[in-house]
Design a protein around this ligand. Structure first.
Ligand SMILES: O=C(O)CCC(=O)C(=O)O
Ligand SMILES: [Fe+2]
Length: 327
């Protein structure tokens, strides 16, 4: 199993990457008009921001934030470092991701279960934990030389920004203060996706339709489009917005909000002219966390739509592609 980036320059899309006609993107032109809300954190008062986030979470399960307080220099440095990482040779990447005997840094191609796939995905990826920093960072890559410094600083900022967004959602949903600043957000992970230039984007995918198994996810997607969200049965593109973060309601928040917020399905299409590299901060709970609809959001008229379930069980069901775990 070789990384796509190691052989993609031969200009051929191997048959195992050609997806069936029902799931391949085909026509890559997505309908204009419906666009994912862009929320300006500096432009509104707190109540307006709460309302905008809740509305976007209900209607799209996605929104973008601008003027979020994260330094643009750090965002640019992060983009540079992740591109440099994926530009290294396969052997070098393997070596830099093998420092933990327990395998906490996972480098892979397509999905975590390549041998079981019917069709492969046009992407290489690295995922690793980022909290607590002092336990994780010593296993991260040391090449590119600034990896630990930059991704370490980036993780700190993502923890702050995700907590801020979750506090807003907490208040908007009427949950008790600090609901998410608990075991529900204690095990965040960084995932770095790389989608090389692809000879025929109409036939393949970078990532198939999925919901994230997270509370929320924060994506830095750079300037190359590729991320699409399923809205009312149609794929719409998440238009790149310089220095914005794309925020995505995960399936866990859909459960906790008892279906009020929508863990939206999304996918990634590839690009014929430009490679795309993205970094996502996944807000994950600890394995022992109990995932369940918040009590204040259920009553006789609104019975719980999901069963209580331990995060580790949810995740196992999710990986086995159970369509709606915890129902
Ligand atoms: O690369 C992207 O734009 C999104 C990646 C994503 O959806 C994921 O890693 O779950
Ligand atoms: Fe995702």
């Amino acid at each position: 199993m070789e990384f796509v980036s190691s052989w993609c320059n031969n200009g051929v899309l191997p048959p195992s990457y050609v997806h069936p006609s029902e799931t391949r993107p085909g026509n890559l032109v997505v309908p204009p008009g419906t666009s994912i809300p862009v929320i300006d954190f500096a432009g509104h008062d707190r109540n307006q921001i709460i309302q905008k986030i809740l509305k976007a979470g209900e209607e799209y399960g996605f929104f973008q934030v601008i003027n979020h307080g994260v330094s643009e220099t750090l965002m640019d440095d992060t983009m540079d470092v992740i591109k440099e990482f994926h530009a290294m040779s396969g052997m070098e990447k393997q070596r830099e991701c093998s420092k933990d005997p327990n395998g906490s840094c996972k480098l892979y191609t397509s999905s975590l279960d390549y041998p079981a796939e019917d069709f492969h995905y046009w992407r290489d990826a690295l995922i690793h934990p980022c909290n607590p920093a002092e336990e994780c960072i010593k296993f991260w890559p040391e090449k590119p030389t600034r990896y630990r410094e930059v991704i370490g600083a980036y993780s700190v900022e993502m923890r702050k920004l995700s907590s801020r967004i979750l506090e807003i959602i907490c208040e908007g949903l009427g949950l008790e203060k600090g609901y998410f600043s608990s075991d529900l957000s204690e095990n965040p992970k960084i995932i770095i996706n790389h989608y090389p230039v692809c000879p025929d984007p109409s036939l393949t995918l970078g990532l198939s339709k999925h919901k994230d198994p997270t509370v929320i996810s924060l994506v830095l997607q750079g300037l190359i489009p590729g991320l699409q969200v399923l809205k009312d049965g149609q794929w719409i593109s998440v238009q790149p917005h310089p220095h914005a973060f794309v925020v995505n309601i995960g399936y866990l928040l859909q459960i906790i909000s008892n279906g009020k917020l929508n863990g939206a399905e999304h996918r990634v299409v590839t690009n014929r002219n430009a490679a795309r590299t993205t970094i996502t901060y996944f807000v994950f709970p600890t394995n022992e966390s109990l995932i369940k609809p918040a009590k204040v959001l259920t009553n006789e008229q609104n019975p719980p739509l999901y069963k209580d379930c331990k995060f580790s069980d949810f995740f196992t069901a999710f990986l086995s592609r159970a369509v709606e775990p915890c129902t």
